[in-house]
Ligand binder design. Structure first.
Ligand SMILES: *[C@@H]1O[C@H](CO)[C@@H](O)[C@H](O)[C@H]1NC(C)=O
Ligand SMILES: *[C@@H]1O[C@H](CO)[C@@H](O)[C@H](O)[C@H]1NC(C)=O
Length: 453
């Protein structure tokens, strides 16, 4: 797929060029084609997903989302634009949310919808139910990044609030946007609309939601989103829904063929080894506990320097992970202890540098491309770019999620952890590892006791 003669620099240019490629929701340019030009769309932590209430993990530490300065009434006009994929309302940086581990600042909002004849256009689904539409209010991590463009490719860059929309009672809130859609029929059209209270687009209860780690639901599909999808839907009237689904075009004014902007939703992607948390109790729920964190830290310590047999016997890993570990264990038994570790001091400095390396929780997808361009170019002879990128990014993300009790340990991550292990060498200072493992577990979600009412 990529010419092998490209220099790394040319490869970067190539990537930049294909990122400008058109994409959409029709059979020609729809979701099944996205990963040809946007490798992350084939990644392992994609959104949306199908929520299964019986598989949720109730997390008592999840606080209600707190909205700050959402009432924009009387403020500066808001820029409403037809993006060709949806409409977008640009939001002022005074609007923020708290109740998440870090402060997030609003950037924009948009909606995904179905069509007049098929009012089934939400992206997330709940027990296979697809709602009529879904609102996304996009925020970026403003404690760490100066603006949304710096944040949107970082693993901790974005927080999106999702709201399910059903057809029912008229919504005065949504009319603040819908009554201006006729002003922006074609792609790139824009119009200034009076500011209003954004809270009126959201359901009454902000304490009941689903939470998981995922991605942008549109190209380039960066896996940078901490999702909060509210359990309770809000309604718009049939007439309002018809306006939403029949007014806009995906094509621009100078295109000969007008393409209606309908069914602009992506279908659910595999959950893989992610865990979906809920802030509410529903159906069969399991409880998160701090024991989970401690057990998991112990397993990672053992994988790094301890007894592999004990990890296998613990029975706490998935079957595929256990199988891999068993193979590694059998190999280790056959091998002689590796030479080259003459003193415990050199062993520990090697471990410390490796641990520093894996403890960096932020994966900068943009700079990853840059750093890895040569590697990627070489390995695309045997693997696709998407697979290479997933290999490069997955282990760190997965280890982070695993230690936070949000995912199982994937075989790729176990391989990654074992890759620096001095086989057959006993390592005494087991607990020297803890400061590094703690970087993951200092996440506020996990310090439940402090949050308990
Ligand atoms: C975002 O911040 C970066 C770094 O400060 C800056 O270079 C860039 O121009 C900013 N982008 C926008 C859209 O403001
Ligand atoms: C809205 O924002 C876009 C992008 O910045 C800009 O091109 C357009 O002129 C703005 N529209 C209005 C009506 O101000």
């Amino acid at each position: 797929m990529l010419p092998l003669s490209l220099t790394p620099f040319a490869l970067l240019l190539q990537v930049a060029v294909v990122y400008g490629t058109n994409w959409g929701y029709t059979s020609r340019d729809g979701e099944s084609h996205w990963n040809q030009h946007f490798p992350y769309c084939a990644g392992p932590l994609q959104s949306p997903i199908a929520f299964k209430t019986a598989k949720l993990i109730f997390d008592a530490s999840l606080r209600p989302i707190v909205l700050e300065n959402y009432d924009l009434t009387g403020g500066r006009n808001l820029n409403l634009t037809n993006s060709g994929h949806s409409f977008q309302v640009v939001l002022p940086s005074t609007m923020t949310i708290s109740g998440l581990p870090q402060r997030y600042t609003a950037a924009q909002l948009h909606i995904h919808w179905g069509s007049k004849t098929s009012p089934l256009g939400s992206e997330h689904t709940v027990d296979s139910k697809r709602y009529a539409a879904e609102l996304h209010i996009v925020h970026y991590n403003s404690e760490k990044y100066p603006n949304v463009s710096m944040a949107f490719d970082k693993s901790d860059g974005l927080a999106v609030l999702g709201v399910f929309i059903e057809i029912g009672a008229f919504s005065p809130g949504y009319d603040n946007i819908f009554s201006y859609l006729t002003q922006i029929p074609k792609k790139s059209n824009s119009h200034n609309i009076p500011a209003f209270d954004i809270r009126t687009l959201m359901p009454q209860r902000l304490d009941e939601y689903f939470r998981y780690d995922g991605s942008l639901t549109t190209p380039p599909c960066y896996q940078s989103v901490q999702w909060t999808v509210f359990k309770n839907p809000i309604t718009v009237s049939q007439a309002q829904y018809d306006t939403l689904t029949t007014t806009l075009f995906a094509s621009s004014a100078n295109q000969a063929i007008a393409v209606p902007l309908i069914n602009n939703f992506r279908k659910p992607l595999p959950i893989e080894n992610r865990v979906v948390l809920s802030s509410f109790k529903l159906g069969v729920t399991t409880y998160m506990s701090t024991t989970c964190v401690l057990k998991r830290k112990a397993i990672v310590r053992q994988l790094l320097v301890g007894d592999l047999e004990e990890v296998i016997e613990s029975g706490l890993l998935s079957a595929s992970a256990t199988k891999l570990l068993y193979q590694q264990y059998a190999q280790a038994e056959l091998k002689q202890p590796i030479h080259g570790f003459t003193s415990s001091a050199s062993v520990s400095s090697k471990w410390l540098s490796m641990l520093k390396e894996i403890s960096q929780p932020t994966v900068a997808f943009g700079s990853l491309l840059q750093q890895k361009s040569l590697e990627i170019q070489q390995s695309t002879t045997t693997k696709s770019l998407a697979v290479t990128l997933a290999d490069a990014v997955l282990p760190k993300l997965n280890l982070n999620s695993y230690l936070a009790c949000k995912a199982d340990l994937a075989p790729a991550t176990i391989k990654y952890i074992l890759s620096g292990r001095p086989l057959g060498n006993e390592y005494e200072d087991f607990f020297l590892l803890d400061p590094y493992l703690d970087r993951y577990t200092m996440h506020p979600w996990l310090r439940q006791m402090e949050w308990e009412d």
